[in-house]
Structure formats: C-alpha cells, structure tokens
Design a protein around this ligand. Structure first.
Ligand code: PGU
Length: 408
C-alpha cells in the first residue's frame, strides 16, 4: 500500500493564484463579453528588452550547430552570467562575492521553496503575516509545522503580523526562532526595509544563531537611494543570510525563467550536537542532485540584462510599471481608499472599503468593475481586510481599471 505524505493534507484549500484563476474563469464563462482587467498575479506584460531577445536568438543559433551546441551546463550556472551578477548586482554596492557563492536557477519560487529542505525539521520558522505563500506551504509539505487553526495559521510557525500600525515592518519575535523569511521590497505590502531595520534582523540572527532567508525578487523596483538592494550591504549579513534574486520582474523573465540564490561560504548552520556546518556545500550538493540548471538560452538572455544597453532597456520597462503603480496609488487615494506601497515596489496594498472581507471585495470588484486583484487574506490572516493590486498590467489597462474603480 502506497501511503501519501500526509503533510500535504494539512495544506489550506488550493494555492492562492490558481484559486483566483478559477473564480475569474467561472465569471468569464458566465459573462463571455466582459473585458476583464487583471491586476491580480504579479506577471509581466511588457515585451522582453530587445538586447535580451537578440542574445537569446544568438544562443538559439549556437544550439543549431554541433560545434557550438551546449548540453548540460555547469551546475551552478555559466561563469559569464555569474561574473556579470557579481560585478553589477553586488560589487557595485560594495559587496564582494566568490563565484562559488552564486547559484543560478530557473526561479526564485523553486529556490525559496526548496531551500528549507537542507535545514532540520526541528527548526522553528518565522514568517511575516501577510507573506508570500510559498515560504509557508513548503514548510507544511516538509512536515515542519502542525495543523492549521481556524485562522489558517499553522502550529509551530511563528507569525509576525505586519499591519499599518507597524508600517508593515515586523518586530523580531520574543520567542527563539531558527529560520526567518524576509522579503523586501515586500510582496504583498510593498514595504521596504531601511539599512537600520535590516541591521536589527542581522544582529538578531547572529545572536540566535538563526538564518535569514532574504527574498529580494523586487530589488530592481527600489527608487529610494538610501534603501539597500541586498542584505549583504549590512555588515555581518554574510554570516547569517541567504539571498534570493530573480530576473522575472527585473527583466520580464516570468516566462523565460532565470534566477539566482546567494549562499555565502561563511554561513553556518548546526548539527543537533552543536557542531557548525557550512551551508554552501550542502546547497551545492542538493542542487547537483536534484537540478540540472537553467537553460543556456535563458542564461545568455540574463547576461544581456547587465550590458549597458540591457540596463537602459530594462530600466525603461521598470519605469513603465512604476508609473502604473503611481497611477494606481493616486487614483485610489483620490477615490478615498487607503493605500500603501507602490513607491519602491510594484505592488499596491489597499484597505478594503466598507469593512468588506478581502474575498468579498474581490467578488465585488470582479462583478462590478471586471477588475481582478488579489485578496489580502490569501497571504495570511493579517492580510484580511486588505487587497493587493499589481502594477504589471499594460498602462492603458491600468488607467481603465482605475476609471472602473470610480464606478463601484
Ligand atoms: N518571490 C516573491 C516574493 C514573489 O512574489 C514571486 C512571484 C517569486 C519569488 C517568484 O519568482 P520566480 O523567479 O518567477 O519564480 N510572485 C508572483 C507570482 C505568483 C507565484 O506563485 O509565484 C505574485 O503574484 O505574487
């Protein structure tokens, strides 16, 4: 008899985004003429930067000839990409990294989801509430949590509420935790962490021999020059933090797939009897066994992002999204909604009107305005009464969506 991993049975309903998709399809089937505008999932709409397309075309042509064909690549990624990452994303901000500390992958979703696997099942994890659901669900699947309570919170996870009252920045928990997931600029609230805030977390982790899993998937959207883009800009962070990055939003790679994770060589975790173990070779071992790399074509495209032309073209695309964010914030504020984020992040986090629950507002917006957003409660109980809008739609759609908001 094949038994199932019963941890999967502890998971709440479906994954958030497929559930939204299901409701939207059902509405679309009943209202075939409705022009639905999606400000729901954080997926890009602008075409890839031309220089990226050219680099990928060239890579495809190389694959067409036996003399230049590339098969399995180096397991951590091609040096041409790793070197460009280190120089442009880290050296430029005063951070030194060795090639062996960068692991190229096909997505930050897989990396943030898989990383928990190399840590013991007895670790207590801390997450913000609301949170990108991947961090929680993957720990549930692994069996690191108890069952969900009536609020949807799992036993053994420490939730750090983020609300307007604390500017969506969590306080360090009072109890001891071992692994802390942080995401800045934040999905879903759009909040950013200053150097002082990151320093507090790094110090907390150092004091507690904890590890910070820092998701910086949205760092390219930071506009404020004082906000760090990498946690390693904070002294001591390399001893305690793993950082996740992605080309998905930075360069429109949601359908191309390329990302990377930094695991510093000096980062340590511990055996049950307290012996320090380097984390980097363990992640390397895990990746070599379970992953065969991002495609050469994606990596060639990602490297082009770092050329002078690539940086300029990607910046122009990000500026389009950030103009959208500003249009959303201004329009909603004018209509009397309370909004947060949208300045250093491509997400606007709004309070639902009339005390509506997040899903009730989702339904009202879909029925009356044919606009799709993401219910805040889908990110955790503290997200109840909030709603997320993404700035990734086409500018004309954003403008039309805002006009429709005025009529609900
Ligand atoms: N990390 C964060 C914080 C994210 O918000 C997302 C995407 C990812 C990682 C995924 O990056 P990839 O490199 O593309 O794998 N969040 C989107 C998409 C939903 C999803 O399920 O990933 C969102 O709308 O929240």
């Amino acid at each position: 008899m094949a038994t199932i991993n019963e941890n999967f049975l502890k998971l709440q309903a479906g994954y958030l985004f497929p559930e939204i998709g299901r409701r939207v399809r059902s509405f679309g089937a009943k209202n075939p003429d409705a022009k639905i505008i999606s400000l729901g999932i954080g997926d890009v709409t602008q075409p890839l930067a031309p220089v990226v397309v050219e680099a990928m075309k060239k890579a495809v042509v190389e694959m067409c000839s036996a003399s230049t064909l590339r098969g399995y690549g180096p397991e951590q990624g091609y040096d041409f990409l790793i070197d460009a990452i280190i120089k442009n994303d880290f050296n430029s901000r005063g951070v030194d990294l060795d090639r062996s500390e960068v692991f190229v992958s096909d997505g930050a979703k897989c990396d943030t989801g898989n990383i928990q696997e190399i840590f013991g099942l007895n670790n207590i994890i801390a997450v913000t509430d609301p949170v990108y659901p991947v961090y929680v669900d993957t720990n549930v699947m692994a069996g690191r949590t108890g069952k969900a309570d009536k609020n949807g919170q799992y036993g053994k996870i420490v939730y750090m509420p983020c609300t307007a009252e604390n500017n969506f920045i969590p306080d360090a928990p009072e109890q001891k935790v071992d692994i802390i997931y942080l995401c800045f600029p934040n999905n879903p609230t759009g909040a950013v962490a200053t150097r002082e805030i990151l320093k507090k977390w790094v110090d907390f982790a150092r004091r507690n021999k904890a590890v910070i899993l820092f998701d910086a998937a949205y760092e390219a959207f930071i506009t404020d020059p004082d906000i760090p883009h990498s946690i390693y800009e904070v002294e001591g962070a390399k001893d305690v933090a793993i950082e996740f990055r992605s080309f998905s939003k930075t360069a429109g790679f949601t359908g191309v797939r390329c990302a990377f994770t930094v695991v510093p060589k000096q980062l340590k975790a511990y055996t049950k009897d307290g012996r320090a173990v380097e984390v980097n070779p363990i992640w390397h071992r895990r990746q070599c066994t379970k992953f065969n790399g991002a495609s050469y074509i994606s990596q060639a495209g990602a490297a082009a992002v770092y050329t002078t032309e690539g940086k300029k073209q990607c910046r122009q695309i990000i500026d389009i999204y950030m103009t959208n964010a500003s249009v959303i914030c201004k329009s909603l504020t004018k209509l009397g909604y309370e909004t947060y984020g949208g300045v250093n992040a491509p997400y606007v986090w709004m309070k639902t009107p009339d005390g509506l629950s997040s899903w009730d507002f989702f339904d009202r917006l879909l029925q009356k305005a044919k606009v799709v957003g993401t219910p805040g409660s889908g990110f955790g109980p503290s997200g109840e009464g909030y709603f997320r809008l993404t700035a990734f739609a086409k500018p004309d759609d954003v403008k039309e969506a805002m006009q429709r908001f005025a009529s609900i």
